[in-house]
Design a protein around this ligand. Structure first.
Ligand code: NAP
Length: 366
């Protein structure tokens, strides 16, 4: 016995020591139809458990070139066919993900078509070259869109994801912003001449695994601050989404650093075009998210809280209208629905698996 489940789709992760890679490995452990068979790291040779003590996996990491060769062998040994046969998750910093994918794709040649890819970085999220370069200060890695990446927010673009083999997973804040704003915006309820005020708070895991002054425990614990008041790059994803419905508005997203590790809380204040009651907006959001496995629109008066979503792929959403302003309160786990969970949700869709596989666990509660 080699421990391989031969009916499971083999999965690979690049950027193994990263926070999202560790979280993905944990989620895949609970996925009956997928099995982690490869992990890539700049520190090839270290086992996953050495990088992430919470994991059971002793899988030894390899470098990118060896991974490409192993993937080629893995795909070459499979029965011929057109369907995606291997899952590849890229968990690298912006800029590095695209380069890693190009290197793997070149090594695989025609076999690359059988790899379903989810990139967690921003490299393929923004189609508009100008908007991408303005926000990320680097050249767009795929200016003509020839790599075929689609945007991976299933609640709005599920059919595109199902038909694709390349997904750009949304940013963590960008996921919160779009889930909170789009139902009202698409329904034509929002005043696009007045500011849409979007303050949100994230825990320190949003900044990745490397220690930084802004994530250092003695400074972060017990403190609280805003950042990027002049505009944050995750606004670009909301702008791109609004443009699909020919909408534009003065967005004022204001991120904050909170003194916890996981979780984003957004308190969106959205000006309404006309007087409306909470019940009307609640009906719009409830209809929009009806049947969505991970979105919970709370009953009127309900208040989302981080403790009910952290550790899960769930999003909790509460609505209130007062004096012409719609308040949307939203909580999610940035590392799961804002990161690895959403990536796995998209991968499930591309592979034709149950969308919720590996993701049905409840929140931690405290
Ligand atoms: N954290 C979040 O809440 C969140 C949410 C959504 C999206 N994202 C995005 O998802 C990606 C991964 O996020 P993360 O939080 O897991 O980041 P992270 O903790 O910083 O991990 C990224 C990993 O990529 C590898 N890496 C780092 N620098 C590299 C370099 N210069 N060249 C090549 N590889 C490098 C490292 O793994 P090895 O040393 O093992 O190779 C590193 O641990 C990022 O693009 C991030 O912006 C993050």
């Amino acid at each position: 016995m080699n421990g391989l489940n031969t009916r499971a789709v083999p999965a690979w992760i690049v950027g193994s020591s990263g926070l999202l890679a560790g979280e993905l490995a944990r989620l895949i452990e609970g996925h009956g139809g997928m099995q982690l068979t490869g992990a890539v790291s700049r520190e090839a040779g270290r086992a996953l458990r050495e990088m992430h003590p919470q994991l059971c996996s002793m899988l030894e990491t390899v470098d990118l070139a060896s991974a490409a060769e192993s993937l080629k062998d893995q795909l070459g040994a499979m029965a011929p066919g057109d369907e995606p046969a291997v899952a590849l998750f890229l968990g690298l910093p912006h800029g590095h993900s695209a380069r890693a994918w190009f290197e793997i794709a070149e090594a695989l040649g025609d076999l690359a078509a059988r790899v379903a890819v989810v990139d967690l970085s921003a490299d393929f999220r923004i189609g508009d070259v100008g908007l991408f370069e303005e926000n990320y200060g680097m050249e767009h890695p795929d200016p003509d869109g020839s790599q075929g990446f689609v945007y991976g927010l299933p609640e709005f673009w599920r059919s595109r994801i199902v038909e694709s083999r390349r997904v750009a997973a949304p940013g963590c804040f960008a996921t919160a912003l779009q889930l909170a704003v789009l139902p009202a915006a698409i329904a034509g309820m929002l005043d696009d001449q007045s500011p849409w005020f979007l303050p949100a708070v994230t825990g320190s895991s949003g900044s990745g695994v490397a220690a930084k002054a802004t994530t250092h425990h003695p400074f972060r614990h017990g403190s609280y601050k805003a950042y990027s008041p002049g505009g944050h790059r995750h606004e670009a994803e909301l702008k791109q989404a609004l443009a699909e419905w020919h909408l534009e508005a003065p967005l004022h997203f204001l991120p904050h650093s909170g003194p916890w590790s996981r979780g984003i809380h957004l308190s969106a204040a959205l000006p309404l075009r006309e007087e409306a009651r909470t019940e009307e907006l609640h009906a719009i959001y409830s209809a929009h998210y009806a049947g969505e496995p991970f979105i919970e629109v709370l009953p009127i008066g309900g208040i989302p809280e981080l403790r009910s979503v952290v550790g899960s792929n769930r999003v909790s959403l509460g609505l209130h209208v007062r004096d012409g302003l719609l308040t949307v309160l939203l909580a999610l786990d940035n590392t799961i629905k804002g990161g690895s969970g959403q990536a796995l949700q998209c991968m499930n869709l591309m592979l034709g698996l149950d969308e919720t596989s590996g993701l049905s666990r409840s929140g931690l509660g405290y």
